[in-house]
Design a protein around this ligand. Structure first.
Ligand SMILES: Cc1cc2nc3c(=O)[nH]c(=O)nc-3n(C[C@H](O)[C@H](O)[C@H](O)COP(=O)(O)O)c2cc1C
Length: 249
């Protein structure tokens, strides 16, 4: 439990190189993760050179962990390979739909988390980049992803330059429901978030952003409605272009 209770995201890395062999070994082990119908509906693109990382950086709003990483791994939902296998085998694929995308996206995310756990347990630092789904069209271009291959999450990997503090979590009792969903009264909302709001870093967040509350930092600054709607539109268009909403021929 020690690892799980103290793990944290690492965004700054030394210049130490992690070998292709070791990355492949960790990926191969991670691929023992559960997978929908044993189909392994994912592909991983590993970016190693400065040029490859620089090509991805703008899609991740130039977060420094991209160019500073030893490797950047883009985990993609992939129904391309499986569809091709079906077509070559006289089987009629029916995967150009949202349900299939969700299955492939879940597979890719579970693989990514398994990889992160293995890498962190070896002492490496990792950082997820949710910007992958925001700017998926740019990543599709940068990596040359074909139809039915959609990037869902990115992980940066490196040797930690320093270890950040462990981030607190909400009280687990506020998040777990037994038997039925126990909906949140205002009092229970307080039990969930009061301590979180009192954390010095979060109080500073409120002041720096001239907000009235921590919740407003999330709604007005970090994840505002306009941005959520804009990136949703881009994502739905991209899914359509990637062939996930097409009728089967
Ligand atoms: C879906 C997802 C997207 C994330 N996107 C980013 C990101 O774009 N940039 C970043 O620095 N961290 C990102 N993170 C890392 C979170 O910020 C981090 O997990 C969270 O603050 C908790 O900190 P901890 O992992 O150290 O416990 C992401 C994590 C997840 C699960």
């Amino acid at each position: 439990m020690e690892y799980f209770n103290t793990r944290r995201t690492v965004r700054q890395y030394t210049s130490q190189h992690i070998s292709d062999e070791e990355i492949n070994e960790m990926l191969e082990a991670a691929m023992h993760a559960p997978t929908c119908g044993s189909m392994q509906l994912y592909s991983v693109v590993v970016s190693r050179s400065d040029e490859e990382k620089a090509a991805l950086a703008p899609a991740h709003f130039n977060q420094p962990s991209v160019t500073g990483a030893s490797a950047v791994l883009t985990f993609c939902a992939d129904f391309n390979r499986f569809t091709r296998w079906c077509e070559l085998s006289g089987a009629k694929p029916g995967f150009r739909n949202l349900q299939s995308f969700i299955s492939a996206a879940l597979d890719a995310v579970i693989l990514a988390q398994q990889f992160v756990t293995i890498a962190e347990m070896r002492g490496y630092g990792t950082c997820y980049l949710g910007t992958t789904a925001w700017n998926a069209p740019q990543i599709i271009d940068a990596l040359g992803l074909p139809e039915l291959v959609v990037p869902v999450i990115t992980v940066t990997l490196g040797v930690p330059a320093s270890m950040p503090q462990v981030q607190p979590r909400l009280p687990y009792k506020s998040l777990v429901h037994y038997g039925h969903y126990d909906n949140y009264t205002p009092e229970r909302i307080g039990q969930c978030y009061d301590d979180f709001e009192q954390l010095p870093a979060n109080k500073a967040f409120v002041d720096e952003n001239n907000c009235q509350s921590l919740a407003q930092v999330f709604t007005d600054v970090r994840y505002p409605l306009e941005a959520n709607e804009q990136f949703s539109k881009i994502f739905v268009e991209m899914l359509s272009k990637s062939g996930f909403f097409k009728e089967n021929p």
